[in-house]
Design a protein around this ligand. Structure first.
Ligand SMILES: O=P(O)(O)OC[C@H]1O[C@H](OP(=O)(O)OP(=O)(O)O)[C@H](O)[C@@H]1O
Ligand SMILES: O=C(O)c1cc(=O)[nH]c(=O)[nH]1
Length: 181
C-alpha cells in the first residue's frame, strides 16, 4: 500500500522516476534479470528529494514503533532522513557483521525487546528484508511492519506477508507506470 495523498504520491513518483530510472539489462539482488533498474543512490544523493521522501514515509510509520532499522546500504540514507523527521532512533543493519571492532551486524540503537520498523529503499522479491528481519528477530527485535521508498510490486508484499510482515511504500509500480507516462 502506498502513501494516501494522491498529489504528493504522483509528484514523488514523477521525480523519483526521472532521477533514478535506468533501462538496459540488469541482474537484480534476487538473481532475476530486469530491463529496468531504479538507481536509488540517485534520489538519495539529492538532499531536497530525500527529505521530501522521508516526510512522505513518516506518514507510514505505525503507532508504537520504537526503533527504525535501515538496511545496508541503500536503506541507510533513508532511515537517517526518516529518523530526523520522526525523532525516532535509528539502527543501521549490515548484511553481515564486521569481523572486528564491536563485530555487530546491527549498529546504533538497541533493538532487543523493541518494536522495530524495517526501512528499505527498493523492494523487488522481498528477499533481503526477509533475511534481515530474521537476523533482527534473532537479537530480540519485534517486527511486524516494513516501509520502503519503491515497491516494484514483483512479489514483495506476498513474500513479506508469509513472514508476518506488512509492507507499505511511498510509491509502487502503478505510481511509477503513471509517472513513466
Ligand atoms: O527485494 P529484493 O529482491 O531482496 O531486492 C531488493 C534489495 O536489493 C537492493 O539492494 P542491493 O543488494 O542492491 O544492495 P545495496 O542497497 O547495498 O546497494 C535493494 O536495496 C534491496 O535491499
Ligand atoms: O532488485 C534489486 O536488486 C533492485 C532493483 C532496483 O530497481 N533497484 C535496486 O537498487 N535494486
Amino acid at each position: 500500500m502506498p502513501i494516501t495523498d494522491d498529489a504528493i504520491r504522483a509528484d514523488l513518483a514523477h521525480r523519483i522516476y526521472a532521477t533514478s530510472h535506468l533501462t538496459g539489462e540488469f541482474t537484480l539482488r534476487s538473481g532475476r534479470v530486469s530491463n529496468e533498474y531504479f538507481d536509488k543512490y540517485r534520489f538519495e544523493s539529492d538532499p531536497v528529494l530525500l527529505a521530501e521522501v522521508a516526510e512522505a514515509m513518516a506518514t507510514l510509520v505505525p503507532e508504537g514503533i520504537e526503533v527504525l532499522a535501515g538496511l545496508e546500504m541503500g536503506g541507510i540514507p533513508v532511515v537517517t532522513a526518516l529518523a530526523r523527521v520522526t525523532g525516532l532512533p535509528a539502527c543501521f543493519v549490515r548484511k553481515s557483521a564486521k569481523k572486528y571492532g564491536t563485530a555487530k551486524f546491527a549498529e546504533g540503537a538497541d533493538v532487543d525487546g523493541k518494536r522495530v520498523l524495517i526501512v528499505e529503499d527498493v523492494i523487488t522479491s522481498g528477499g533481503q528484508v526477509v533475511l534481515s528481519t530474521a537476523d533482527l528477530r534473532g537479537i530480540g527485535a519485534q517486527i511486524t511492519d516494513v516501509v520502503c521508498v519503491i515497491d516494484r510490486s514483483e512479489g514483495g508484499t506476498e513474500a513479506l506477508s508469509a513472514e508476518g510482515l506488512t509492507l507499505a511504500s511511498v510509491v509502487n509500480r502503478d505510481d511509477l507506470n503513471a509517472a513513466a507516462g
